[in-house]
Ligand binder design. Structure first.
Ligand code: OOG
Ligand code: NI
Length: 466
């Protein structure tokens, strides 16, 4: 069909609608957005070069647009349907995150745009977790939870119809897309009416707070949205001044010149009133699930760079543990900074040591006379330019920290994992893409194109850039 609109446009309709809904549902989130905007404005005012760079890249007008959200699902069927729903919006499963390493009974993926044009139009992603009832010790309770989950339908009938239409026609018309987004929103909406009694909720909650959050409600309410900030340290500091309680530490690498991977922090989940069902009528209770988060992204790392990151983070966490009340947070930050002195802090060094992924291009109008012997010469001459590739994915240890903090504790925990990617992909009905594979493809493809443009294609095979 010729009048289908681009999936990127549907994603933008969706992320805008989610943002509006979440701001109305969680007023503190609106306060966080205001703080992020103020901090971003201050950073831009103090750094005109950065402002010019963002403006040239078309980044300025969508600086405040949300970068990600998260949901937690209950069954294989739900994960299967959600994959089909996100595909309509040009979002595909990338990466497998085993959160059992942190004692959490979930495993996850990120639904996100994969090609470069789509990412630059709107990078909105959804960190999506599937609960793992098989990890529950209490088998009776696991079965009961399974029965409760089997009764619910998280995607509306009309949304399912429109998904099938999109699959058949290769997309949706504008009118269909608008209706689809309205229907999709129903899946992620908050329901203060629990589907279980106070007694069942308590049993689920005692087994694990995450289990109660997933099993007790009609759908997988969006549990946070995350805008981008240009200065995460300033937002972390600014939160208490606006009456918001941040988690104890910023997750990820420390503050650096050459930013790597992903830094994130969140405000603590709110305690919200809910109603339980019951034979003797409904009763009131509270539930904490929904919060707000901010993120700051840096360059994607090669497997070699990532191994170094994991090693330094591991050493930090071994040396200093943050307690459940956030005690030890400042020694943790000091230790992190100290450990990461071993991580080169310039993009040029990161490139030469093959620690990070770049995107290559020929300088506008550049030519290179003769045959160059190596890439470094081309880069030094200014003919070949290497731009950092932004990390578009998540970090399991950081994600665990965000989960923990919003389950009521800042304590860091380290367990041994029980990864099961095969089971996850069976439920999903598809394989998850390898994030490294995507960055590597972009790097190689851009290098070959740039070298060809410079008449230096012979170098493309010489350099296995990563
Ligand atoms: C997801 C937590 C992980 C992130 O940004 O790493 C996450 C959740 O709490 O469901 O969103
Ligand atoms: Ni998040």
């Amino acid at each position: 069909m010729s009048d289908v609109i681009h999936s990127d446009s549907i994603r933008t309709l969706f992320s805008n609608a989610m943002s509006e809904m979440y701001r109305t549902e969680v007023p503190q989130y609106g306060t966080l957005i205001d703080l992020v905007r103020d901090v971003n404005e201050a950073v831009l005012a103090a750094d005109p070069a950065l402002k010019a760079r963002l403006e040239a890249a078309g980044e300025l007008e969508r600086l405040d647009v949300e970068r990600h959200g998260a949901i937690r699902l209950g069954t294989a069927q739900e994960l299967f349907d959600i994959r089909r729903m996100f595909a309509v919006m040009g979002m595909f499963p990338v990466g497998y995150y085993d959160l059992s390493v942190a004692g959490l009974p979930v495993h996850s993926t990120a639904f996100r745009p994969v090609d470069e044009a789509a990412l630059s139009r709107n990078p909105f992603r959804v960190f999506t977790s599937l609960i793992r009832l098989e990890l529950l010790e209490d088998r009776g309770l696991a079965e009961e939870a399974g029965r409760i989950l089997a009764r619910r339908k998280i995607v509306t009938d009309r949304a399912l119809e429109l998904i099938a239409t999109a699959e058949k026609n290769g997309g949706l018309t504008e009118a269909e897309a608008k209706e689809f987004v309205t229907e999709a929103l129903e899946t992620f909406r908050w329901h203060s009416e629990a589907t279980v009694s106070a007694g069942t909720y308590k049993k689920l909650h005692d087994a694990h707070r995450l289990i109660a959050d997933v099993v007790s409600f009609r759908g997988p309410h969006i549990n946070h949205l995350t805008p981008r900030t240009l200065d995460i340290d300033a937002v972390q500091k600014g939160m208490p001044e606006r009456g918001i309680t941040p988690k104890a530490v910023i997750e990820g690498p420390p503050c650096r010149q050459a930013e790597i991977l992903l830094r994130q922090t969140s405000f603590k989940a709110l305690e919200e009133k809910i109603n339980f069902t019951g034979e003797a009528g409904s009763s009131e209770g509270t539930h904490t699930a929904r919060f707000g988060e901010i993120e700051q992204r840096g360059i994607a790392l090669t497997p070699k760079g990532r191994a170094l990151y994991d090693e330094l983070l591991g050493k930090t966490r071994q040396a200093v543990a943050v307690g459940s009340k956030g005690d030890g947070a400042s020694s943790y930050e000091e230790e992190l900074k100290k450990q990461f002195e071993a991580f080169p802090d310039s993009f040029d060094t990161l490139r030469r040591e093959k620690l990070a992924f770049f995107r290559y291009r020929a300088a506008p109008g550049a030519t290179f006379d003769g045959t160059s012997a190596n890439l470094e010469e081309l880069i030094k001459s200014g003919a070949l330019i290497a731009d950092p590739q932004v990390y578009e994915d998540f970090l399991p240890v950081s994600a665990a920290g965000i989960f923990q903090s919003n389950l009521g504790s800042d304590a860091q925990s380290n367990y041994s994992g029980k990864a099961n990617q095969t089971a996850f992909e069976e439920a999903l009905g598809a394989k998850v893409a390898s994030e490294t594979g995507l960055y590597s493809k972009t790097q190689t493809g851009s290098l070959v194109a740039a070298l060809t443009a410079l008449g230096q294609a012979h170098l493309a095979s010489l350099d296995e850039a990563a």
